[in-house]
Design a protein. Sequence first.
Length: 285
Amino acid sequence: MTPEGQSYHFQVMRRAIDLIDAGGPGQSLGDLADQLGMSPAHFQRVFSRWVGVSPKRYQQYLTLDHAKHLLRDKMTTLAVSHEVGLSGNSRLHDLFVRWEAMSPGEYARGGNGLTVYWGWYDSPFGLALVMGTEKGLCGLAFAAETGTEAAMEDMLSRWPKATFVEDPMMLRPLVDAAFNLSGETTLHMIGAPFQIKVWEALLRIPSGQVTTYSEIAQSIGSPKAVRAVGTAVGRNPVSWLIPCHRALRKSGALGGYHWGLPVKRALLAYEAARAEGDPAQTDAA
């Protein structure tokens, strides 16, 4: 898929975020549809097809205070999650994720001797750059906010001594499993030992729930390393599958997101909507 193949549904949703922020959550379905240049029926169908809920319900998930409600009502205690957590695999919706971490020595070599395949793909959250090795996906970047050039430069810099080969077909089965939320995909986690521990903790956060940076620090046995945890979360190379978007500040603020806060909001809203399974209705937004 070329960079021109932007996800139509995500572009509509991204514009809707700006409209909801500007006009508040009380706008009607007709008002939003009109501002988007769409009929109410078409607007309804786009959202229902994209996330499976009505625009009215989805609008609630996109509001700026949604993260605070998540933190209050859907907070994950990682200490408990650890008891039943990862022994090498985790569930993300209907997707079964297996992972393997690169050894510290391999990481220190900056990818020397490693072949990384890459390609551009449409995703539910806009254009995505996906990278992988023979062992599994090692990079997933969203370009909707940063642009394609910046996303590519960012990913290439992660493993400066690796050999990069464009081969979308090689990665297609793993990408389809990841974005269609079905089947099995594998991750090849390439990072420093501390980063790997943080990313393992992120994998223990159930879909539709959130945690805090301090809770992650506690769960990995480094309660004072909240700042370092935040840095490691930000350096997560495999967005969406390693769910760094589920990490919030204690206040309920979203915090940062490497690929842009609108994308983080979209990810959280998408998961919350799917977790609640609200049927798409035809009521006003």
